[in-house]
Design a protein around this ligand. Structure first.
Ligand SMILES: NS(=O)(=O)c1ccc(CCNC(=O)Nc2ccc(Cl)cc2)cc1
Ligand SMILES: [Zn+2]
Length: 249
C-alpha cells in the first residue's frame, strides 16, 4: 500500500508485531529505567493447551506478580506466559534480531492494572499490555523449562489443563535484563495494537530434545485424529513510523 493510501492503515494496522530488530538503528534512550520484575511463585495456577500453543496462567486478581519501570508507567500485572516455536530448530522465534531467527521465543504477558480494571479492557488500549519477549537458543538442557515440559503430558490435547504449583518464573529469566522496546501488537488473533514490547537482549538456552517436546503437543481435542502443533510463530511485520529504543548503549 503506497504512502498516499496509508491514511486508513495508519490508524488500524501499522503497529503490528513481531518485527526484525535492527540493533544498530535501536537508539539508547537515557530515560529508560532498568526493568523491575517481582514475581511471586504462589501466583502460578495452571498450564492450559490453547490449541495453537500452551499457556501457563497466573492469579491476576491482585498486584502480586508485577513488573514496573523499564519503559512502563505504573504496574503491569502478570497474567500468563507461553512460547512460539517452529517445525525445526531452524526457525520458531517471532522477533528476529538483525535478520537472525531463533528456534523459539517466550512471551510473558502483563496488563496495565494501574489504569484498567481487567485484562480484556486493557487489551483495547495502546498502553494496555506489556509483553516481555525472551529469545531461546539451542544449548544445554534448561532445568527450569523442564518443570513445564514434564507437565505437557497432562495437557496433550486442546482444552486440557493441569495445576502448576509454585512455579518460579523469575528463575527462567537471564541475569542481564537489558532490552529493546517498541510499540506493537498481539502476534495472534485478535492482533490488537495494545502491547509495549520489551524484548530482552540476552537469549536463554533450551536443548533440542526439550524443544522437540513442544512439537508433541496436539492442536486437536481428545476425541479427534491427533494433529501436532508443529509451529506457531507469526512472520515479521513492517516497522512503519516506529522507533526501537534500547535500554543500554
Ligand atoms: N503472542 S502475544 O504475546 O502477542 C499474545 C498475548 C496475549 C494474547 C491474548 C489474546 N486474547 C485476548 O486479547 N482476548 C480478549 C481481549 C479483549 C476482549 Cl474484550 C476479549 C478477549 C494473544 C497474543
Ligand atoms: Zn506470544
Amino acid at each position: 500500500m503506497g504512502a498516499s493510501h496509508s491514511h486508513r492503515n495508519k490508524h488500524c494496522h501499522s503497529h503490528q508485531s513481531p518485527i526484525n530488530i535492527c540493533t544498530k538503528k535501536a537508539r539508547h534512550d537515557p530515560i529508560l529505567k532498568p526493568l523491575n520484575i517481582q514475581y511471586d511463585s504462589k501466583t502460578s495456577k495452571r498450564i492450559v493447551n490453547m490449541g495453537h500453543c500452551f499457556n501457563v496462567e497466573f492469579d491476576d486478581t491482585a498486584d502480586m506478580s508485577v513488573i514496573n519501570d523499564g519503559p512502563l508507567t505504573g504496574k503491569y500485572r502478570l497474567r500468563q506466559f507461553h512460547f512460539h516455536w517452529g517445525s525445526t530448530d531452524a526457525d520458531g522465534s517471532e522477533h528476529v534480531i538483525d535478520g537472525k531467527v531463533y528456534p523459539a521465543e517466550l512471551h510473558i504477558v502483563h496488563w496495565n492494572s494501574h489504569r484498567y480494571p481487567t485484562f480484556e479492557e486493557a487489551a483495547k488500549h495502546p498502553d494496555g499490555l506489556a509483553v516481555i519477549g525472551v529469545l531461546l537458543k539451542i544449548g544445554e538442557k534448561n532445568p527450569v523449562l523442564q518443570t513445564i515440559i514434564d507437565n505437557l503430558g497432562q495437557v496433550k490435547t486442546k482444552g486440557k489443563e493441569h495445576m502448576l504449583i509454585k512455579y518460579e518464573l523469575s528463575s527462567m529469566l537471564p541475569k542481564d535484563l537489558n532490552y529493546w522496546t517498541y510499540p506493537g501488537s498481539l502476534t495472534t488473533e485478535p492482533y490488537f495494537e495494545c502491547v509495549t514490547w520489551i524484548v530482552l537482549q540476552h537469549a536463554i538456552p533450551i536443548s533440542s530434545a526439550q524443544l522437540t517436546q513442544f512439537r508433541g503437543l496436539l492442536c486437536t481435542a481428545e476425541n479427534e485424529k491427533p494433529v501436532p502443533i508443529l509451529e506457531n510463530h507469526r512472520r515479521v511485520q513492517r516497522l512503519h513510523d516506529r522507533v526501537v529504543r534500547s535500554s543500554c548503549t
